[in-house]
Design a protein around this ligand. Structure first.
Ligand code: PMP
Length: 367
């Protein structure tokens, strides 16, 4: 008998998630571009809604987040009964893994899939199986080839974090068509609001057509990261199963009321998308050069690939940016040691990033 409590198998194999840094020590001012938050803060209407609940803190939230589900249903043309809310989409990913994975089961994940997927898989006793990407893009053929009779879930972040690349509707449908009906396809559209590619789909049609597809979304990239609010749209039988293990009051009142106001504030959502598209395009073309490759991104961030040459590595660029107060994200944990992920921020932030990196490259690589 063990002489102390023992975690379930798999738990201690989990590599702890390291969040984006918040501070540039020693710099006069910090510009945080490390966690893909909103480039323009929160919807003013969501901020105002929060003030109204200060007198209601003693009362439990409505457990199913009914107002919020009705609002999302109206805004997106969906059915409220098929929506489930979570404390961030991270919670939803955990709940899906707990519901559909057990010891010995496998989850297929793209080579550079979001790091929370292997965590939730292992926490549920499952094994993550990584499918090679093709030039930093999820590869449908490789994902299908990674499926075995033990596969229970396929996780697809679309767009992908940290690469920013995406799969078209046709490719997502091809992935789905190649899966057995007992395998759950989790389409994680955390960055859906920022996508401008015309052949992209959020996948709600597929959710309605199939019995084994869910769409996962978040408010975190749209200005409410602090409140922890995510949601899922899925078939009735999946919503029913996952609701049975969801905490009865998992989404707090502040998140619910701010979420309703933010979801209704489609002008602010449009503003965010337009700002992001402009500065994502600008930063991509400013930084792209013979030495730096900026992957085409559909998210609110870009992944910049640095040369393997001493003096101009991603780690050295990170240090140069930090000295100027700019905090970005190294992505070695994803196996991309030459990459720096930079969230799209304000115009001033983007100009600062471009200035610092251009100077850095000119001084150290002679370009
Ligand atoms: N999915 C993807 C692809 C993400 O990049 C993130 C945030 N980094 C999440 C899910 C989690 O978002 P949240 O828990 O804040 O809703």
């Amino acid at each position: 008998m063990p002489d102390r409590p023992t975690p379930q198998p798999g738990v201690l194999k989990i590599a702890p998630y390291v969040p984006g840094r918040s501070e540039a020590a020693g710099a006069a001012e910090t510009i945080k571009l490390s966690s893909n938050e909103s480039p323009l803060g929160a919807s003013p209407k969501a901020v105002a809604a929060l003030a109204d609940i200060a007198g209601e803190l003693a009362i439990y939230p409505e457990g199913s987040s009914a107002d919020l589900r009705e609002t999302l249903a109206a805004v997106h043309g969906l059915e409220a009964e098929r929506i489930m809310m979570g404390a961030g989409s991270d919670e939803i990913l955990h709940l899906l893994s707990q519901t559909y994975l057990g010891d010995g089961d496998e989850a297929v994940i793209g080579e550079y899939g979001f790091l929370v997927y292997p965590i939730t898989t292992q926490a549920a006793g499952g094994t993550p199986v990584f499918a090679k990407s093709r030039d930093y893009q999820n590869d449908v053929d490789a994902m299908l080839a990674a499926v075995t009779d033990k596969t229970k879930i396929v996780f697809l972040d679309n767009p992908n974090n940290p690469t920013g690349t995406y799969l078209s509707d046709v490719e997502v449908r091809r992935l789905h068509a190649g899966l057995r009906p007992d395998i759950l396809l989790v389409i994680d559209n955390a960055y859906a609001e920022y996508v401008t590619a015309p052949d992209y789909s959020v996948g709600t049609d597929l959710v309605l057509e199939a019995d084994n597809v869910v769409m996962v979304r978040t408010f975190s990239k749209m200005g409410l990261a602090a409140l922890r609010l995510g949601w899922m749209y899925g078939p009735d039988h999946i919503i029913d199963a996952v609701n049975r293990i969801r905490g009865p009051f998992n989404v707090n009142v502040a998140a619910q009321v701010a979420g309703v106001a933010a979801a209704k504030d489609q002008d602010f959502t449009a503003l965010l998308c337009a700002h992001n598209a402009e500065w994502r395009g600008w930063l991509t073309s400013e930084l792209s050069s013979n030495s730096l490759r900026v992957l085409p991104s559909e998210g609110n961030f870009v992944l910049v690939l640095f040369p393997a040459q001493a003096g101009v590595t991603a780690a050295e660029a990170d240090a140069a940016l930090l000295k100027e107060g700019v905090v970005t994200r190294q992505v070695g944990a994803y196996g991309i040691s030459n990459g720096l992920r930079i969230s799209i921020g304000s115009e001033a932030a983007m100009r600062r990033v471009a200035d610092v990196l251009k100077k850095f490259m000119a001084e150290h690589a002679g370009v």
